[in-house]
Design a binder for this molecule. Structure first.
Ligand SMILES: *Cc1c(COP(=O)(O)O)cnc(C)c1O
Length: 430
């Protein structure tokens, strides 16, 4: 026991902060056991998919040029389709990030005069320019595609009456965002998404339902595509990349949706046939293999952070005891100083760039300054221990990631240490 306290002290975490954490953890034992079961289930799901799709050493060979017959790429896409329970998938380094994958998914299905209906309220910040909610060069709005949204009810449930009223003949695609992103609202469970998809399809069965699945993959044992979504879309530098994917995005869905997405991503006439993967297939496979346990480490981190900061009197979304639908933990810390202390605690706990100080900056795609803490092996990867906060009220910090649970734990304790040192949190109150 002394040994562990000594190494924490060596890392700049006092015995009192460590002990405060242990007290919180004692109450989380059962939750953690449930999460381990989810990891176990999803680990088997991934391995079974790799085996049944006959992943072989040949899948790790690099390809160049046009990338015709890239067996690794094609096999990986089959593996994703099997895991997500879809007919097909597009999983590529040419999908540069989550926003791009979502932009391709949307623009591939929509034609002039079609309408997108978002039924989970405002979409993720970066999608505002993609859709044209905020002016964006090359936005869907410039191509005559319109957008409407129905907000969630106050309690985070879908507004079915509002959705029924909003669907009209132009409506082509229903967009749902599983994770709260940078909002303080509940994230959506797969079963709630399944219920609303059934409702939407009962109104018009031809509507295409797209789910922004970012941060949600492997948090539950089922995915939105298992409950009727036509397309699920996400980023490989979040959950499904397992921390090893150096870039990329995925779209998994129906044959028809994926065909259109592939022709949009590359070119009409080319579709899925081109797209060299250089030398990254091994990382994409291996990252996917690790993703279930990595995601659960991040989930434990989120719950632990919520437990700690709730005990100190701050608001946590979701609450420490709430059911989880993604790995993001929002903590309302109430001031720019607290946000900065928290983020710099995370920064100083990183394996990379720990000596740097995080400062607010004007990040492309966001409408206020953002402070980001990340010392990541993969630049900007948010499945790695990271925290970011838009510098605007209510001064909520969004915390996520942690490739391993012990490291995530250390990062959270380090954030607490910074808060305690700056007299922004009092661990001696109780
Ligand atoms: C991260 C995220 C995106 C965008 O992904 P990037 O890889 O950052 O472009 C979109 N939607 C949600 C909900 C996200 O969390």
């Amino acid at each position: 026991m002394d040994e562990i306290i000594k190494i924490y002290e060596k890392c700049g975490i006092s015995k009192d902060v460590y002990q405060f954490g242990e007290n919180i953890l004692a109450g989380l034992k059962e939750r953690f056991e449930q999460y381990d079961k989810v990891a176990e289930y999803n680990q088997l799901k991934v391995v079974e998919a790799m085996q049944s799709c006959r992943v072989s050493e040949a899948c790790f060979m690099p390809s160049s040029g046009y990338g015709y017959n890239d067996i690794g790429r094609d096999t990986l896409e089959q593996v994703y389709a099997r895991i997500f329970g879809t007919e097909d998938a597009l999983v590529r380094p040419q999908l540069t990030c989550g926003t791009h994958a979502l932009a391709v998914a949307l623009s591939s299905q929509l034609r002039p005069n079609d309408e997108i209906l978002s039924i989970s309220g405002k979409p993720y910040d970066t999608l505002e320019e993609v859709i044209g909610i905020r002016p964006g060069t090359g936005s869907l709005a410039e191509y005559g595609i319109t957008y409407r949204q129905v907000d969630l009810h106050e309690d985070g449930s879908f507004d079915e009456e509002g959705i029924r009223r909003a669907i009209r003949s132009e409506t082509k695609l229903i967009a749902i965002q599983r994770s709260k992103g940078y909002q303080t609202r509940p994230s959506l469970s797969v079963s709630a998404i399944g219920n609303v998809i059934r409702f939407v399809k009962s109104i018009r069965s031809d509507l295409i339902v797209m789910v922004d699945n970012c941060y949600g993959e492997f948090v539950e044992t089922i995915e939105p595509s298992d409950v009727g979504a036509d397309m699920v879309v996400g980023s490989l530098i979040k959950n499904p990349g397992g921390g090893l994917a150096p870039l990329g995005g995925y779209i998994a869905g129906t044959k028809e949706c994926i065909k259109k997405a592939a022709y949009r991503l590359t070119s009409p006439g080319l579709g899925k046939e081109v797209g060299a993967t250089l030398d990254i297939n091994r990382s994409l496979f291996q990252g996917l293999f690790l993703a279930p346990t990595v995601t659960i480490s991040a989930l434990k981190a989120a719950v632990f952070a919520a437990g700690i900061y709730e005990a100190l009197g701050f608001d946590a979304y979701p609450a420490a005891d709430a059911k989880r639908a993604d790995i993001i933990q929002a903590l309302t810390l109430g001031s720019p100083e607290a946000i900065s202390a928290f983020c710099n605690g995370i920064q100083s706990a990183s394996p990379v760039d720990a000596y740097l100080t995080a400062e607010p900056w004007d990040m492309p795609g966001y409408d206020s300054k953002v402070i980001m803490a990340a010392g990541a092996f993969i630049s900007g990867s948010s499945i790695e221990l990271s925290a970011d906060a838009p510098i605007k009220p209510p001064y909520a910090v969004y915390f996520q990631g942690g490739l391993t649970w012990p490291h995530a734990k250390m990062g959270i304790l380090k954030s607490l240490q910074k808060m305690v040192d700056a007299k922004l949190a009092d661990i001696y109150i109780n």
